[in-house]
Design a binder for this molecule. Structure first.
Ligand code: RIB
Ligand code: CA
Length: 319
């Protein structure tokens, strides 16, 4: 079993991704670490605690993380996408669970050093917790098994702005730091999540599988679905965070390339854009351009067997 930490800003799609991971025997979930993003850190943590209570998984520790980006302030989340509570305005009671007394970055450091080369991290929100964990203990670069993150857009437009994907835009400085470290990173960005659509039919089928946690997630999905119908004119939703879980279960579902990636951190219309380099030598015979020179290469998902991803989600969430 893959020892997994889920770093998350729940968020409606985060909640489905957590459900997906809980329903998949490939994972031993070591813990959930929360981060600001779709909502503030307090609400993100309540949402994670509630979900594990509803899923009858009080055994999984939840550790509260960053409340704002490395630089600047929390800008207020995206209530028009995930609801003011981050869970489709379902406003269910928080439940009895409490976070552990260790911060998210300390929990990540502790687990990675305790289980060298065994901990995988699914990062489903801004990369702030990973950045502060790296800054506190650089040794984790060599000890983590892999990090797979939902974020970025290599060769397609953004979703939060024309340039940027939401998780990266929430903390571009953290993203540029994380993407510049020497650890095994895979980017599951809009290049593939915008090619993976969970249709209303499949969502209706998943909703037939009744359980307290599934009922909650599927109720929250109503609000989330309405956003995609209004904005993207799709009868369903893109699969953002659950694509990370699908990749961890079966990386063969994705076609990847490797390249150094930089993040635009300047304040301007392109802030938050993820830029791969052009290739081995950016221009015939010339060296790789300076901003990408000596940067580690990361795996970038560029294509996906989307029908198989949907089948995997459907199979796991209806059993
Ligand atoms: O751009 C999509 C990402 O931003 C997802 O992780 C969603 O939950 C939001 O955090
Ligand atoms: Ca998320």
């Amino acid at each position: 079993m893959n020892k997994l930490i889920i770093d998350t800003d729940p968020g409606v799609d985060d909640s489905m991704a957590i459900q997906f991971a809980l329903a998949s025997e490939e994972f031993h979930i070591m813990g959930i670490t929360t981060v600001f993003g779709n909502v503030n850190i307090e609400q993100a943590t309540i949402n994670a605690l509630r979900l594990l209570h509803l899923a009858a998984r009080p055994d999984i520790p939840i550790s509260k993380g960053a409340s704002k980006p490395l630089q600047g302030e929390f800008l207020g989340g995206v209530p028009f996408v995930h609801g003011n509570d981050g869970q489709g305005n379902t406003w269910r009671p928080a439940g009895p669970l409490k976070p552990i007394g260790v911060s998210a970055d300390e929990f990540i450091i502790e687990q990675v050093l305790r289980f060298p080369d065994q901990i995988s991290i699914a990062a489903l929100g801004p990369l702030t917790n990973l950045a502060t964990a790296l800054r506190k203990e650089p040794k984790i670069q060599d000890k983590v098994k892999e990090i797979v993150f939902m974020g970025g857009n290599a060769f397609c437009s953004g979703n939060a702005t024309p340039a940027a994907e939401a998780n990266i835009l929430s903390d571009p400085d953290a993203a540029d730091m994380v993407l510049g470290a020497n650890w095994p990173l895979t980017m599951v960005g809009l290049d593939v999540t915008h090619k993976t659509i969970l249709s209303r039919d499949v969502l209706d089928e998943i909703a037939l599988f009744r359980s307290p946690s599934n009922d909650h997630v599927m109720e929250a999905y109503q609000f989330y679905q309405n956003f995609f119908m209004k904005v993207n004119k799709i009868d369903g939703t893109f699969v953002h965070d659950s694509s990370v879980i699908a990749y961890l279960i079966d990386p063969g579902l994705y076609k990847t390339v490797v390249s150094p990636v930089r993040v635009e951190t300047q304040h301007g219309i392109s802030r938050g854009k993820t830029w791969p380099s052009l290739g081995e030598s950016d221009h015939e015979g010339a060296e790789v351009l300076e901003p990408w020179r000596n940067r580690p290469k990361i795996k970038i998902c560029l294509d996906v067997k989307d029908r198989m991803v949907i089948q995997l989600i459907r199979q796991r969430l209806t059993r």
